[in-house]
Design a protein around this ligand. Structure first.
Ligand code: TXA
Ligand code: MG
Length: 305
């Protein structure tokens, strides 16, 4: 069995596999990831191969203490220190100038590295058992839906892992917010688990995201998609298959919570389940166009292509 319960013994096993250069599926509070020891070039390359991910799309390095970031970055920018104090451990990824100890394979040749300190206790324990920072992209094939349950990790991904540690359903359900602290000021490169408003509350003014988009590789127009085509609708009709908000009417309809955090936590799992039904079309009831929904809207827009 490759899917292991998060017992101390299995976490030790996962740590040993990582130290041997193998890949391990790990739970985080956002989505499940494919972990490798970030300084092991061969293991990092195997991650790209397993995901069928283009080499120009950099990986996030995961740490389990603030001290661990000092070996990864040239220096800690003041804004990064403020953000780390406010939101770590948690669903925030900070891009900074990298040190020479981070292989170019991890950063896709960029001079910057993205670092995250996850709050999931099992992720923290696995980093501890490996005794090293871990690179970890989401545990899906390139362009696909990120898994938020161990049972949603595709068998083709599972086949390339030494094991997958089951940490239960991911509480946040969308990927981390990526912020750029590598230049002047702070910009949100990918909306996610921490809102732009939360970041603004500790940083003040943010640089405009639009003008920054070119600087975050891996932000493809189509991404995070189920296999089934998706369309947005104001409301689901009784015979529409898909995702409603607050209430469900028909048989292949899943109702998600009306609050943005509850909705985000359940979205990928609902799409995964609908995808398994082999439908022609998944209709998604459009959520409100307000700032609290921006991470959800970012993902929905990318499913529409
Ligand atoms: O929540 C998450 O962040 C999850 C869990 C597993 O931690 N990970 C995740 O990784 O979403 P991934 O590989 O699916 O997305 C990483 C994205 C890249 O596509 C890119 O947009 C951004 O992070 N990124 C990584 N390194 C970067 C860098 N040096 N500069 C700018 N953006 C970077
Ligand atoms: Mg991903």
């Amino acid at each position: 069995m490759k899917v292991l319960a998060a017992t101390p013994e299995n976490i030790r096993f996962a740590g040993e596999a990582l130290r041997r250069g193998e890949l391990v599926g790990l739970p985080t509070e956002t989505v499940y990831g494919i972990a490798a020891v970030a300084t092991n070039r061969a293991a990092v390359l195997a991650t790209f191969e397993l995901k069928r991910r283009p080499a120009e799309n950099p990986l996030i390095v995961h740490v389990n203490s603030l001290e661990q970031i000092y070996e990864l970055v040239e220096s800690l920018p003041a804004e990064a220190a403020v953000l780390a104090r406010a939101f770590w451990p948690g669903p925030l990824t900070i891009v900074m100038q990298k040190s020479s100890s981070v292989p170019n394979e991890v950063t896709a040749g960029l001079s910057t590295v993205a670092v995250r300190y996850p709050s999931h206790p099992v992720a923290q324990s696995i980093i501890g058992a490996a005794d090293a920072p871990l690179s970890a992209p989401s545990a899906n094939r390139f362009m696909g839906l990120s898994p938020t349950r161990a049972e949603h990790v595709d068998p083709s991904i599972l086949a390339g892992l030494a094991c997958l540690v089951d940490g239960g359903p991911c509480a946040v359900g969308v990927e981390s917010t990526v912020v750029d602290c590598a230049g002047d000021g702070v910009a949100v490169l990918r909306p996610g688990g921490i809102s732009a408003e939360q970041i603004q509350s500790v940083i003040g003014t943010l640089r405009d995201r639009q003008s920054e988009e070119r600087r975050s590789p891996g932000q493809y127009r189509r991404h995070y998609s189920p296999r089934t085509p998706v369309r947005l609708v104001p409301r689901l009709d009784c015979d529409d298959d898909g995702i409603a908000i607050g209430e469900s009417l028909g048989s292949n309809q899943i109702s998600l919570p009306e609050d943005p955090a509850g909705y985000a936590a359940a979205l990928y799992a609902a799409l995964h389940d609908l995808d398994e039904l082999g439908l022609d079309l998944i209709s998604v009831q459009a959520p409100p166009k307000t700032p609290e929904w921006s991470a959800v809207w970012d993902r929905l827009d990318k499913m529409l292509g």
